[in-house]
Ligand binder design. Structure first.
Ligand code: OGA
Ligand code: MN
Length: 293
């Protein structure tokens, strides 16, 4: 197929790959793809039409795939059970049995609304996730974009007093916290949010390959050690609002056959709403983290 081409997108992150077939990557092509992933944080390839097995095989090139039992999420109403298989949920309004959910109040749709807030996948786990990979199976004609924001460029743009304040701060991330605050899970929150299942991380991390520092924030962040919760939540929301602005944001309009992979170590993402009478089904594969942060 010749050499994979890498074209940076019009933002501080993201690159589009062309002249590439992700289902049969030779080692030289993989090195180009991996390098683009680490450098740009988000890679986009059109016309790939991967089967789930092909998507899992592509994911396995990044590292160990997440398994259901290690990626325990609040169950979706159609009962994705932790059975020890790979964590490969479908995302959108068409469930794994092909049923199309059209009502915004439908439990299936409600259970997915957490994806619409800026987050880093699996930040509520000790090692987080390296990569997430979405494939466009059925896509709405309009809207339903996935957006990505560059937490390296966001960190670089912070004033010195903020980077000084962030240095050394640790925070607790919990998916139960984010789901409850968004109304996707009906449960009382405890006084001490660190008693919720989750994981502790620093608020700044260095990318293990590029060495670039980035901000570790997002909707799963429940508590900052040493800070009052209300104040911490306001501050984190401010940081997210500032960080997720142009030129640090890429908004992906889905086409069938697309594959988008992003680096959860340096990028936040969120889904956007759409007309639920249109079908949206994206296939998700996730790669487990390997270093503490
Ligand atoms: C995800 C996610 C957003 C979207 O799959 O992890 O957050 O656009 N998806 O559906
Ligand atoms: Mn996500």
């Amino acid at each position: 197929m010749g050499t994979v081409q890498v074209a940076p997108l019009d933002a501080t992150l993201g690159a589009e790959l062309s002249n590439v077939s992700l289902k049969d990557l030779d080692d030289a092509s993989w090195r180009v793809v991996e390098d683009a992933f680490n450098t740009y944080g988000v890679i986009v390839a059109h016309d790939q039409y991967l089967s789930l097995d092909e998507q899992l095989a592509f994911g396995a090139r990044f590292g160990e795939l997440c398994r259901n039992d290690a990626s325990r999420m609040p169950m979706r109403p159609d009962g994705e059970t932790p059975d020890g298989g790979f964590f490969a949920p479908v995302v959108g309004n068409v469930d794994k049995d092909g049923k199309h959910h059209t009502d915004a109040e439908d439990p299936y749709i409600r259970s997915g609304i957490g994806n619409n807030e800026w987050h880093s996948d699996s930040s509520f786990q000790h090692l987080g996730a390296i990569a997430s990979i979405l494939a466009g199976v059925e896509v709405p004609e309009e809207d339903g974009h996935t957006e990505f924001a560059d937490m390296r460029a966001a960190y670089d743009a912070l004033p010195a007093e903020t980077t000084e304040r962030l240095a050394g701060l640790r925070a607790w991330h919990s998916v139960v916290y984010s789901r409850v605050t968004l109304g996707a899970l009906d449960r009382d929150l405890p006084e001490d949010l660190t008693t919720l299942p989750g994981a502790e991380h620093s608020m700044v991390r260095r990318h293990p390959v590029t060495g670039r520092p980035s901000l570790v924030i997002g909707s799963h962040l429940a508590h900052i050690y040493g800070m009052d919760d209300a104040e911490a939540h306001r501050w984190v929301q401010d940081l997210i609002d500032q960080a997720c602005q142009p030129p640090r944001v890429y908004s992906h309009k889905w086409r069938e056959g697309d594959v988008v992979a992003w680096d959860n170590r340096s990028v936040l993402h969120r889904g956007r709403t759409y007309d639920y009478s249109q079908r949206r089904r994206l296939q998700h594969v996730r790669v487990a983290g390997e270093v503490e942060f």
